[in-house]
Unconditional design. Structure first.
Lengths: 456, 456
């Protein structure tokens, strides 16, 4: 069976696109999610062209072999994990930027282009591609589309879905589908483009994307505000958003995260703080906006507000935020990262609730958050060698999602469902929505070959 | 059959929600599109509650009766036209604004709320709901969602789809579906919310919507620029967008439209101009942005550039643009309005092509356009009493869509497909996309009862 598959694939692919060495294949088995089982692929394919992808899908359909599409495998939900005997379809070699057009304000690119590469290329033309997940130096455009990735930019600029105008997609049976448009507007038929965004490779293989760009904004200026409690910081966030100002980022690090970052990088962040708020503006007069936001923070009980002197100092403050995850990973041997997004007004309840869950399970849970969006990333730190602690970690991870749903939130703001949150999707959506989503899946992938077992 | 339907409906509805008088029903037969057949409804229902809508759909499913959902019937594609023996389901009485939340920056409203009513209500709270179709004083939120409506705001603020976060939808069988979220972000499962936006009532009945709001921007300031040719005006538009500035509106009226507006409203617009460009900014320093844009227009060959002295004068300039359609309707006895959206860079070719088509068919075709989006509205004026002229009007209308597709555009930027452009949808999307869209339709409406015969 496996030999038949490999020879059928080889019949239409250059030799160097096929990986069959078990050790090399093992490195394609999983993304960065904990607690997500990964199978052993039958073969890993690294196509360079749309025609090669079509050959892979035609072959997979003919032989009824599951296909797991992959980008950079920086995902945090297990959506890119292999299943036994599957074809791992890595799009990383399809990484060309095909077009950057300042008049149409669009870029056209292949799925394997790295987010940071695309972002820098458009920046050289005076343009801006906002989505900036923490993994932006590694993650690919295709992966960002598959997961519906977000980042620090979202409070002002929105998520990946807002920027995807059109797609070329290879369907399960190898047919090529073109969705959407290159024009600024268009409502011809159902919005299949947005259906693919966040579908985690279960509906088709994105082989080309037209993305919207914005003019490059002025460099942002940031401030940091210290709070004695998560509740006070959360209140400040609500007052900022209520004030009608829109920061280019509005991030929160809790005390646990602050101390972890200091321990790793000696950044001299205030050890005693319970919540650190980072706000930035890329407006015409960022200093004025920061002054206003600083005043709001003080009114909300900030113990200290420190505006950055310049862009360089701002970048240093953001560096601390970007190090949060890495720093928390050093607390123990393993981490699980939640992605619960709640209404801004419930952020305080969310943070207090997470603290209570950490206490209940006797675990370190640091929270960093895209606070302006209400999107929290509680990071459960645990020793994977300790069976009981590992069980408590998994339970606390689930209890955090339950807490988020109870606060009117969602189990995932930007990381996706994958394997890790499958059981929770039905709880959030309910049976009717799940039935319809399965129906949609069956329309695009009647044989159920595309990334089977993911999402639902 | 009709008696059975009416008594089954009456069993679960207050008497005053049912309309059976033929004359009154006739007034619910069609929207504002020309050349779109409309049938005779069996009954018109005007529900006030979700439960009443569910009763209507349960009854329609039980008796296999088609249902045509309607808002204000200001649509321009025939999507709201009745089919013989159908239930016309008018959502106009479900017009409550349920919530406006400045912290979450959302509003929650029923589908029958008029766009302008919602916009004014949020403005009173210092917030902004951008979508502003020309019919905004009449059209409803539900209709805007169904058609994926746009407006003058789109060049800076995007279309309706960008603002719909979550929906309550009554399915064909009467089940209630909740999609999306009230949070700023969320990627739990497929994006069914965006699937409903622009689906023209063919997938379900929207009974509640959560829409995103923005902080109210400063009042906009406008300028008008005159050009000797459409090509020069189009070039100016490309240079403006290329310059990295984003106007809050960027509209174009061709010479025919300008003269029609003068004829109706004696606005003293320059009779000799071939293209009038309107640009506005709602930035911190609109005067500076207008000065820069004025310079770009002059460099592109503007014969005159007149900035508005104040917001009142700006409003007067926009008034001229808003009158365009009404003015062109007075040229003859009937009009057909195209909605072709092309890449900005092809706008000049589009306008020249439309002029050639007008000449070829010996018709008056005035063009007003959301030029910053490349979204043109060529208005074919004709005498409906003249059979030959009517035939030429229809042919020119179609030829304009063909022209747009040839320029890499779409047949509809914001009006939708309805009945008027059905034959053209397949030409734009191709057989694979149409097959998939039909598949999606069958998942939500297996009996094909929801707005049958529309879109495809």
């Amino acid at each position: 069976m496996r030999d038949e598959l490999i020879s059928a694939l080889a019949a239409g692919l250059p030799e160097d696109t096929l990986v069959t060495d078990p050790d090399v294949m093992a490195s394609y088995a999983r993304d960065m999610a904990s607690f997500s089982p990964a199978g052993a692929p039958a073969v890993v394919v690294l196509p360079r062209t749309v025609e090669q992808v079509r050959h892979v899908m035609r072959t997979a359909t003919a032989l009824r072999v599951p296909v797991v599409p992959q980008g950079a495998r920086t995902g945090l939900s297990g959506a890119a994990n292999a299943v036994d005997g599957c074809v791992v379809l890595s799009l990383t070699r399809m990484d060309r930027i095909l077009e950057i057009d300042p008049v149409e304000r669009i870029a056209v690119a292949e799925p394997g282009v790295v987010n940071a590469v695309l972002s820098r290329a458009v920046a050289e033309r005076g343009l801006y591609y906002p989505p900036d997940p923490s993994s932006w130096e590694q993650c690919t455009l295709g992966g960002n589309i598959g997961t519906g990735a977000g980042g620090l930019c979202c409070v002002k600029y929105g998520v990946t879905a807002e920027y995807v105008l059109g797609l070329d997609v290879v369907l399960a049976d190898g047919r090529l589908l073109r969705t959407g448009r290159r024009t600024a507007k268009g409502v011809a038929g159902y919005d299949l483009t947005r259906l693919f965004v966040g579908s985690e490779g279960t509906l088709g293989i994105v082989v080309k994307a037209v993305v919207a760009l914005r003019p490059a904004p002025p460099r942002q200026l940031a401030l940091v505000a210290e709070f004695g409690s998560a509740a006070a910081a959360s209140d400040a966030i609500c007052r900022i958003m209520e004030s009608g100002r829109t920061p280019s980022l509005l991030e929160l690090m809790d005390g646990t995260t602050v101390r972890a970052v200091n321990a790793m990088a000696r950044m001299g962040l205030p050890e005693s703080t319970e919540a650190l708020l980072l706000a930035a503006f890329d407006t015409a007069d960022p200093a004025a906006d920061l002054a206003a936001v600083g005043a709001v923070c003080e009114a909300a009980g900030a113990t200290e507000v420190v505006p950055a002197a310049d862009a360089a100092e701002s970048e240093m403050l953001l560096q601390a935020r970007r190090l949060s995850l890495t720093a928390l990973e050093r607390v123990s041997t393993a981490t699980m990262i939640d992605d619960v997004c709640v209404p801004r007004g419930r952020l305080g309840d969310m943070l207090d609730g997470v603290a209570a869950i950490a206490k209940k399970y006797d675990l370190t849970i640091g929270v960093c958050a895209h606070a302006g969006d209400g999107n929290t990333h509680p990071v459960v730190c645990f020793d994977a060698r300790d069976e009981d602690e590992t069980r408590r970690a998994r339970e606390s991870f689930d209890e955090i999602m339950e807490l988020g749903l109870g606060l009117g939130g969602t189990i995932t703001g930007e990381h996706g469902v994958g394997l890790l949150k499958k059981d929770w999707l039905a709880r959030e959506l309910g049976p009717t929505a799940v039935e319809l989503q399965r129906g949609v899946k069956a329309v695009f992938d009647p044989l159920g070959l595309l990334n089977p077992g993911k999402v639902f």
